[in-house]
Design a protein around this ligand. Structure first.
Ligand code: HEM
Length: 369
């Protein structure tokens, strides 16, 4: 059965999509909406209408044509070519943080000294936001992307975080208008278009949120997998591109996303009625045995293609090129510099994040010789 019935916390008799083909089909179909205000919340109590409509510019939560209006202003800036230009800068940032890790000495927290700052600096430089001011935005961005207990329905905390982050980003928009710099926000602010300051600030917030918390957690969870067996490190060093794709598939950092039918839609023989919500399980699709042989085995040389760790369809991750470049530079850099890298505590003492939206580790003490 391509879709399975699922009873939601509010009692809604909705669906879950879990095999590769049906997950792709749902995500590729514009008759399914991403809007939070239309959905039955799969994570906790929450009926359609409980969540307010998402503000203009928060494109991650809008359907076409609004989504297209915003995203089309950004796609030109996230091309493979522009990301390649960033790779050189990334090499420098990576080496600087490996030096820092070395200076701290064994054992050290890989999350604090490497997995958080490297992607954080990259997204800040790309966007044109000062990383030195991260104390003002980091926590709020995480709350908004759901990495910090947002699925528990903490609406007030989310509003407060949104307000603070919006003020910060409006300040950035004004600064870029006054003095253009070479970054995504400057290009956006100074381009010829009809976007308001509030819309551009919300777009910047979505990018910051997406860029801060995701690659960080892929780095910590990925390093954990690699440290389990020396052969895995060898495979990463032999072919970083293939190994990174397999880690993305296997870990499936964002385990699921949610869509709601705007009209009756048939998916592989099952009719999803207008208003029905579908819990779209990317992690399960990435381990579909019909698509991947031995799907529960981490085979870094498998050359996995078509995984859905970055989603699919119009909302497919806009930062995927950046994330891939970061991972392809950071993992080999880390294990070349510290060949015997290992956990410094028993694995069951690692603090996993309590989030169904984005997995990750709060800390990961590592040791080396
Ligand atoms: C969208 C995963 C890195 C920004 C998505 C989606 C997934 C995803 C699954 C689709 C969500 C859905 O359809 O509901 C990941 C993973 C990453 C990563 C696993 C790292 C390994 C990044 C980075 C950025 C970013 C570095 C920063 C630019 C975004 C944005 C969207 C998005 C803005 C929404 C796109 C839209 O709605 O059009 N990401 N992401 N992500 N991602 Fe990423």
């Amino acid at each position: 059965m391509p879709l399975s019935p699922m009873t939601y916390p509010d009692g809604h008799a909705g669906w879950r999509a879990h095999d590769h083909a049906s997950v792709r089909a749902v995500l590729a179909d514009d008759r399914f909406s991403i809007r939070p205000d239309l959905m039955h919340n799969p994570f906790g109590p929450g009926r359609p209408g409980d969540a307010p409509p998402s503000p203009p510019g928060a494109f991650t939560d809008h359907d076409p044509p609004e989504h297209t209006r915003y995203r089309s202003r950004l796609t030109g800036q996230f091309t493979v070519r522009r990301m390649r230009l960033l790779a050189e800068r990334l090499e420098v940032i990576t080496v600087a943080h490996l030096d820092e890790l070395s200076a701290v000495g064994s054992p050290a927290d890989l999350v604090e000294h490497f997995a958080v700052p490297v992607p954080g600096l990259m997204i800040c430089e790309l966007l044109g936001v000062p990383y030195e001011r991260r104390a003002e935005f980091q926590q709020d961005a995480m709350v908004l992307t759901g990495g910090s207990g947002a699925e528990a329905g903490e609406a007030e905390a989310m509003f407060a975080a949104f307000g603070r982050l919006q003020r910060f980003m409006l300040e950035m928009v004004a600064a870029k208008r006054a003095r253009a710099t070479d970054d995504v926000l400057s290009d956006l602010v100074n381009a010829d278009h009809d976007l308001s300051d509030d819309e551009m600030a919300a777009m910047g917030m979505a990018l910051l949120g997406g860029g801060l918390d995701t690659t960080t957690n892929m780095l910590s969870l990925g390093a954990l997998e690699l440290m389990r067996e020396p052969a895995r490190v060898e495979a990463m060093l032999a072919d970083p591109a293939a190994a990174v794709e397999e880690l993305l598939r296997y870990i499936s950092l964002t385990p699921a996303t949610v869509r709601t039918a705007l009209e009756d839609v048939e998916v592989d023989g099952v009719v999803v009625r207008k208003g029905d919500t579908v819990f779209v399980e990317l992690a399960s699709a990435n381990r579909d045995p019909a698509r991947y042989a031995d799907p529960d085995v981490l085979d870094l040389a498998r050359g996995a293609t078509g995984h859905l760790a970055f989603g699919h369809g119009v909302h497919q991750c806009i930062g995927q090129h950046l994330a891939r470049i970061e991972l392809k530079i950071a993992f080999p850099g880390l294990f070349t510099r510290f060949p015997g890298l290992r956990l410094a505590v028993p694995e069951d003492e690692l603090p996993h994040r309590a989030s169904l939206v984005i997995g990750g580790l709060e800390r990961m003490p590592v040791a080396w010789d």
